[in-house]
Design a protein around this ligand. Sequence first.
Ligand SMILES: Cc1cc2nc3c(=O)[nH]c(=O)nc-3n(C[C@H](O)[C@H](O)[C@H](O)COP(=O)(O)O)c2cc1C
Length: 218
Amino acid sequence: MKKIFMAALLLMTMIFTGCGGGNEKTPAPEKSEEKTSAEQKPASSDKKILVVYFSRTGEEYNVGKITTGNTAIVADFIAQKVGADKFEIKPAKPYPDEYEPCTEIAKKELEENARPALANNIDNLAQYDIIFCGYPVWWSNLPMIMYTFLESNDFSGKTIIPFCTSAGTYMTGKEAQIPEHAKGATVRDGIGIVGKRCQDEPEAVKKDVEAWLKTLGY
Ligand SMILES: Cc1cc2nc3c(=O)[nH]c(=O)nc-3n(C[C@H](O)[C@H](O)[C@H](O)COP(=O)(O)O)c2cc1C
């Protein structure tokens, strides 16, 4: 009788406490579901984002005189989509409005590995975690002023996501060297857009940019 009572007690305890057999592991699926949904959320959702860019107006390759630079247009699309602040890099000495003279100056700066002075620098970079970094391709490289900017700020622990516009060389591979200049930064895959498209078919460019952002989790 005592044995039957003990067995019944044990059974009741197992039912009410749910601690028999493998029940200790029962909550595991809930936990893993939570984890999965957290992983699916963009890792960046709680991070502060900045779009920093350099872009020229005036006479530009294949588009005539423009009042909003090609890269500036892409920068706008990114900032709108991800809800970022924007910062425009400006040279202390503006580049010529005419295309050819500008290319000559840019070529000289590249050959001399110059660091053209900034007209402005950002004073609150520390608050940002993710920095979209945009520029026009100049002589298959970043404009030298981008290096001035990257070397003038502390990028420790920050993620840089490059984007560029060009006549057609897309990304040149130089973006992989950004961490050599932006010390402490990690670089993610970027996007290159043909500059003329920004003027001629901005809505199509917007769609391309949004599709790319989606691959990054935005
Ligand atoms: C100085 C200079 C150098 C350029 N070099 C290249 C180049 O090497 N490859 C390329 O595809 N486009 C080149 N381009 C074209 C620009 O990358 C392209 O027009 C870009 O979209 C301009 O962007 P922005 O309006 O934001 O300045 C060059 C333009 C300039 C002004």
